[in-house]
Design a protein around this ligand. Structure first.
Ligand code: HPA
Length: 248
């Protein structure tokens, strides 16, 4: 039974090198997950893989059933989740293709099913979310990066936007003023739901592009460029993940 899950984002609908053992469909009280849970072997360990946007990359960030994904992972016995996301870079260190292990989140999403605690409660429940990522899992990813000689930022604030459109330059300026280093569309409510349901959760982000207005005056964001940078970044992510799993 695998206790470790990897949730793949844009550019990681499949985990290259994953030796697939079986696929498991779970029906959850919250509906269907993004796809079947793929049990396999990776970095010498048993893992479960799930493509957040579906295996054909058809589910946009605001439609992803985050509750079903996390409930399903917990149901099949997962204890730790490493979530991979593609992001835009806001602050100078966050250049395209750079990897970041974020340590904080600001949530700008709205209207998403963002909690397990809303119906049939015996009491109102509030989780502590001061430090939204699991520190032990973050440290493991940081150690793995050191061992695999992959340059990363060991902290950063992830601003989660609603999407699916990209941001305006003014929105990015506001986000920088708020303290965001990177911007993505899937970090929330995923991280909070993991905390609610008792899963240790950490994330590794690949910078796919300079966020809106950051590449230079008048520059717009090219989807081709995003795809190319994500592809390069995901090769690094693959090495990082297999090293992290070896260290577990
Ligand atoms: N904004 C939001 N989400 C993203 C971006 C971005 O610039 N790049 C990749 N995911």
């Amino acid at each position: 039974m695998s206790e470790i899950a990897i949730i793949g984002g844009t550019g990681l609908a499949k985990l290259p090198g994953l030796k697939i053992i079986r696929r498991e469909v779970v029906h959850t009280p919250f509906g269907e997950a993004s796809g079947a849970f793929t049990h396999g072997e990776y970095g010498g360990k048993e893992v479960v893989f799930l493509a957040r946007h579906g295996y054909r990359h058809t589910i946009p960030p605001h439609i992803v059933n985050y509750r079903a994904n996390l409930w399903g992972l917990r149901y099949i016995g997962v204890k730790r989740v490493i979530a991979i996301t593609a992001v835009g870079g806001i602050t100078p260190e966050m250049k395209p293709r750079h990897l970041v292990i974020p340590d904080q989140i600001i949530d700008y999403t709205w209207g998403r099913a963002h909690t397990f605690f809303e119906k049939d409660l015996s009491h109102v429940t509030h989780i502590d979310f001061s430090f939204p990522y699991d520190q032990d899992l973050r440290e493991l990813l940081i150690r793995a990066a050191g061992q695999a000689q992959i340059e990363i930022s060991t902290q950063g604030t992830y601003g989660a936007t609603q999407g699916p459109r990209l941001e305006t330059a003014a929105e990015i300026t506001r986000m920088e003023r708020d303290g965001c280093d990177i911007v993505g569309m899937t970090g929330m409510p995923e991280a909070a739901l993991a905390r609610e349901i008792g899963l240790a959760y950490a994330s590794c982000s690949v910078v796919a592009n300079w966020a809106a207005g950051r590449a230079g005056p008048g520059e717009v964001i090219s989807i081709d460029e995003i795809n190319q940078n994500v592809k390069t970044g995901m090769e690094q992510i693959g090495r990082l993940l297999s090293t992290a799993l070896e260290l577990m």
